[in-house]
Design a protein around this ligand. Sequence first.
Ligand SMILES: *Cc1c(COP(=O)(O)O)cnc(C)c1O
Length: 420
Amino acid sequence: MPGGVNSPVRAFRSVGAAHPVFFKSAKGSKLYDVDGNEYIDYIGSWGPMIHGHADSEIEAAAIEALKSSSSFGAPTELENLMAAEVIKLVPSIEMVRMVNSGTEAVLSAIRLARAFTSKLNPKKNKIIKFKGCYHGHVDALLVQAGSGVATLGLPDSLGVNSNVTQDTIVLNFNDFLGLKEVFKKEGELISAIIVEPIIGNGGCILPEAGFLEALRTVCDKYESLLIFDEVMTGFRVALGGAQEKYSVMPDITTLGKVIGGGFPVGAYGARREIMELVAPAGAMYQAGTLSGNPVAMAAGLTALKKLQRVGFYDDLTAKTQYLIKGLKMASGDIPVQFVEAAGMFGMFFSKTVVKNFDEAKASNVEFFKKYYMEMLQRGIYLAPSAFEAFFMSAAHSYEDLDRTIEAHKDSILFLSQILV
Ligand SMILES: *Cc1c(COP(=O)(O)O)cnc(C)c1O
């Protein structure tokens, strides 16, 4: 396997480790590697495991579905129950299509946006994305681009032709002025804005007050669509995702991670007028052999039901806040910024609040790498990059959190001694 892994970040190269940890099993908040070491998990499979690992109800639902066949490639009751649940929970979604990953959801959402806006104006082809937002390995979005207010996208992966990214415009997150200028210049040509409403793939970065509203306003003014990529924030920062938390309604929403209960699932949804363009109702083609897979639907549906238990998000938020308060107090003189959004959180070794990806990159990444390895040795499994969010689960206990704070204190103390 290239780099020994099936997805790049797993190789741990971003923290300079010789090799990643190889896992054997997990239960609740704990992971066990092949050598029998135990870790407290703050990656949660990169977001899906909001109920912890090997949750007994999710496991039972998946097994029950499996007994009635693992796939039909035909309509089932389970996928209808799932669709109804998504429509009920996500404020802006009136119709939904299930797919198999976040990447698939995003590439379909982009196609759908262009399908919709091309009817208003066939020249509307451009897509705006923000630096540091990850939207899966969709060709047109594998762009970071350089500086400037509205840099024309240059691909940052081999094999992505520049003609595929020439319609991608990259802006800085929280850059109100840049947004206004680019729309003033070429608003007629812009099909959609896609954004992680809280960035989780550049570290955890919150939108400034009014930023998401500004995206909404400018899209309305220029007849462009607003796409919230809620693959990470969906069901994670609130039951109805970031759109509920911030009361800003996108036109199209993409979902993934939590929605699959640990199975490969993604989804995209929008209001009826937009979704009825999707085949076979409409002329935008998108399909999937295993889409709406019954085992994945059973697991995901159970995960979504469990989120609706009274106090779920209050408990999750209380734990995240407790942990952050403890980490803050145990940080000594080290300049560090903590960010919290219910089930996700982040930290930057920075003197100032991080508002965009450039500022995230300017944080003390070298210190993070050393810190990361110290935490790992103390049995705390954080995301192995200074540019990833961390995840809390319902299965984390306050004892886990205290152990994490203790490890943080020891790691910081150790590092400040050797680095002086
Ligand atoms: C993880 C992620 C994706 C990609 O999802 P995959 O299931 O890995 O393809 C897309 N967008 C965001 C915001 C994500 O966090």
